[in-house]
Write a protein that binds this ligand. Structure first.
Ligand SMILES: [Fe+2]
Length: 312
């Protein structure tokens, strides 16, 4: 009983050139490296497989593939990503290096198309969760892809299906419908309508994390409180110079990396000055809300992740 496709093997002009492309652009790692560059075996960045791709050198004199025009052959290999945030990150990277040649919404698949150094096409795609396929699963749909619109519908971190992924050091993490592990990734922080404020939101059933990265000196904080939510703020980098408690009390408190504040329901906090750290000139704050704020939940009709009222 076959469980699925395991790996692809390509004949290429120079396996070393492909190795560099797949490492630099797609994040693959090398498993087997022939000393003279005759072949290379590679593993996708979140794969638990031995190898997902192998490339064999046949020399720079090789002609371009005419598969699909004059010859039969393989059209493309599709690489799956767990979330739309990953798809967007690859879209940016493939665009940067000039490899992106197309993007399509196929209903059940949201797909990017690109070409490797020899012009061989490959796809990077996110699979919509099966319970959302509907009747479109039986249609060969080709629509323009708008990743932003898909994120608005599905959220940026919805995992398409239950599968295991491994980090680059081989540690295996379970990724399910509700993703367990959220690795630090600069591309996952979203700018807000306040200049200098980026955040990343992770939603649980009964709590919610808003990871803020705020440029030193950024303005826009005002005194506020939450009637229905407790807020725990953990300062990770830089410093937070703010007020908390009696709104008429003008005294300020400075919290630094490792310090924490707890704002119970209806307790005022804010009027903040954000002090950047030495490395990024950013103040990092982990805001935890309980219960989760519906206005920051991707599935909420009221979702407004640019809300002005989200941090100290
Ligand atoms: Fe707050």
């Amino acid at each position: 009983m076959i469980t699925g496709m395991n790996h692809a093997v390509l004949y290429v002009r120079d396996a070393r050139r492909h190795q560099k492309f797949y490492e630099d652009v797609l994040g693959f790692s090398t498993v087997i490296d022939h000393p003279d560059g005759a072949f290379v075996f590679m593993r996708a960045p979140a794969s638990t497989n031995h190898h997902d791709l192998a490339c064999f050198t046949i020399g720079d004199g090789a002609q371009p593939s005419t598969a699909g025009r004059q010859q039969v052959g393989l059209y493309h290999v599709a690489w799956e990503v767990p979330t739309l945030a990953d798809l967007e990150a690859y879209r940016q990277k493939l665009t940067e290096v000039g490899a992106l040649v197309g993007a399509s919404d196929h209903g059940a698949n949201k797909s990017l198309y690109a070409r490797d150094p020899d012009g061989i096409e490959f796809e990077v795609m996110w699979l919509v969760p099966a319970d959302e396929w509907g009747d479109e699963q039986h249609e060969a749909i080709v629509r323009p892809l708008d990743i932003g619109a898909e994120v608005a519908r599905f959220g940026s971190h919805l995992a398409s299906t239950s599968h295991k992924v491994a980090t680059s050091n081989g540690t295996v993490h379970q990724i399910a419908e509700n993703q367990y592990c959220h690795f630090f990734d600069d591309a996952e922080f979203v700018p807000t309508d306040r200049e200098g404020f980026r955040h990343r939101i992770i939603n649980g059933d009964d709590l919610q994390l808003c990871f803020w990265r705020i440029k030193g000196g950024a303005e826009g904080s005002f005194l506020h409180h939450h009637d229905d939510h407790e807020q725990l703020g953990i300062i990770m980098r830089g410093a937070l110079d703010f007020r908390i408690g009696d709104p008429d009390d003008q005294r300020r408190t400075v919290l630094r990396a490792g310090d924490v504040y707890l704002a119970p329901r209806s307790v005022d906090h804010g009027d903040s000055i954000f002090v950047g750290d030495d490395e990024f000139d950013e103040c990092w704050i982990l805001d935890v809300f309980s219960p989760p704020r519906p206005d920051m939940h991707p599935t909420s009709a009221n979702n407004d992740t640019n809300s002005k009222e989200v941090t100290a």
